[in-house]
Write a protein that binds this ligand. Structure first.
Ligand code: NAD
Ligand code: AHE
Ligand code: ZN
Length: 375
């Protein structure tokens, strides 16, 4: 079949909207009509050329929602008409990682996914007979896409596509980092670095978990109002602190009899390795945990004095908020439908596929939280 898609032809170039060829689903695969897709900073990261796994030409996008329109042979858990969210972190429930119950990082199809291919090593997308690559196993910047059954979560059919697409990455990543990865306790102190589409969801996750002090750090003062909407209690702009931000934050988190300072939990939502260090070092001596969410470019490395770890701080990372997609994503959709979490105010811009490059411009300018493309 033919489908309209935004194609990443080359790193650093705007996406090109065109009609491409899409093969139907093979064994264990489903064809999905994507109804809406968010634009995540990770799409920008890959398009920019900073992603060591970036492959071109490719169809990017990994934050979608849509409807199953066809199923391949052997598919048992999905049928035509199901409302679904594509999963860049699948859940096969059979690989050693899934069976370990220690991680959400299913390894069943990770190697082909990283090569921009379906599990059988081929692509369903092409243009004039030339292969186009899949991206993060999702390629939601195409009106129709094919996914393996294990990478699809079936969700409440009453939920609006243009909002729940955000659960396909940003919402789950932010809320899940708090609940699944950090396992934040009631009364905790926390610092969130970077108040974009991920950081604001960390903030709403912290509110949900009952954190007392939720400090947001961003270079953009417009983010103060945004953070406060979702539960932030204090805002810090490093440019205005006029000193090293770490001692400033350690001082700010001194409470009652505990005059050591440092937050119980800190989160990097910037992808900047210098910020990751600040986040680790502003965690509390003895027990503070710092969670890396941001994705850093090829060649970037993190560093700190080992003494920071010797004295009891823990550095952790999280992908997709530690969520097991087929199990957890439907629950998060229900939380949204029940009013337990907010999504609507964070979707600041709704665009057509033809306008998708504007979504990247808005992100660069710091003017959007999430732009969503509606097909
Ligand atoms: P975004 O562009 O919406 O937000 C980034 C925010 O960080 C902006 O508000 C910006 O002003 C702020 N910022 C930039 N530099 C800063 C600095 N030095 N100090 C303080 N604030 C700073 O991006 P997003 O969509 O929220 O994504 C954030 C990061 O998370 C990206 O690196 C993205 O690739 C990554 N990500 C990771 C996962 C995962 O599973 N681990 C999932 C989604 C996104
Ligand atoms: N390809 C990059 C890493 C990109 C990355 O870390 N991706 C996150 C999701 S970001 C979503 O917006 C992730 O899930 N990582 C786990 C995985 O298996 O990819 C690189 O540096 O090579
Ligand atoms: Zn993402």
């Amino acid at each position: 079949m033919k489908t309209r898609a935004a194609v990443a032809v080359q790193a650093g170039k705007p996406l090109e909207i065109m009609e491409v060829d899409l093969e139907g689903p093979r064994e264990g695969e489903v064809l999905i009509e994507v109804k809406a897709t968010g634009i995540c900073h990770t799409d920008e990261f890959t398009l920019s050329g900073a992603d060591p796994e970036g492959i071109f030409p490719a169809i990017l996008g990994h934050e979608g929602a849509g409807v199953v329109v066809d199923v391949g042979p052997g598919v048992t858990s999905l049928r035509k008409g199901d409302h679904v969210i594509p999963l860049y972190t699948p859940e096969c429930r059979a690989c050693p990682s899934c069976l370990s119950q220690k991680t959400n990082l299913c390894t069943a199809i990770r190697s082909t996914q990283g090569q921009g291919l379906m599990p059988d090593g081929t692509s369903r997308f092409s243009l004039n007979g030339e292969k186009l690559h899949h991206y993060m196993g999702c390629s939601t910047f195409s009106n129709f896409t094919v996914l393996p059954e294990i990478a699809v979560a079936k969700v409440n059919p009453d939920a609006p596509f243009d909002k729940i697409c955000y659960i396909g990455c940003g919402v789950t990543t932010g809320v899940g980092a708090v609940i699944n990865t950090a396992k934040v306790e009631i009364g905790s102190t926390a610092i969130v670095f970077g108040l974009g589409g991920i950081g604001l969801n960390v903030i709403q996750g912290l509110r949900l978990a009952g954190a007392d002090m939720i400090i947001g750090v961003d270079l953009n003062n417009d983010k103060k109002e945004w953070g406060e909407k979702f539960g932030m209690t204090h805002f810090v702009n490093p440019k205005e602190v006029g000193e090293d931000i770490v001692p400033y934050l350690v001082n700010l988190t001194k409470r009652g009899a505990d005059q050591i300072g440092g937050a119980d939990y800190t989160f990097d939502c910037t992808g900047n390795v210098h910020v990751m260090r600040q986040a680790l070092e502003s965690a509390h001596r003895g027990w503070g945990e710092s969670i890396v969410i941001g994705v850093a470019g090829a060649g970037q490395e993190i560093s700190t004095r080992p003494f920071q770890l010797v004295t009891g701080r823990t550095w952790k990372g999280t992908a997709f908020g530690g969520a097991r997609g087929r199990t957890d994503v439907p629950k998060i959709v229900d939380w949204y439908m029940e009013g337990k979490i907010d999504i609507d105010p964070m979707i600041t811009h709704t665009l057509s596929l033809d306008e998708i490059n504007k979504g990247f411009d808005l992100m660069h300018a710091g003017e959007s939280i999430r732009s969503v493309v509606v097909y």
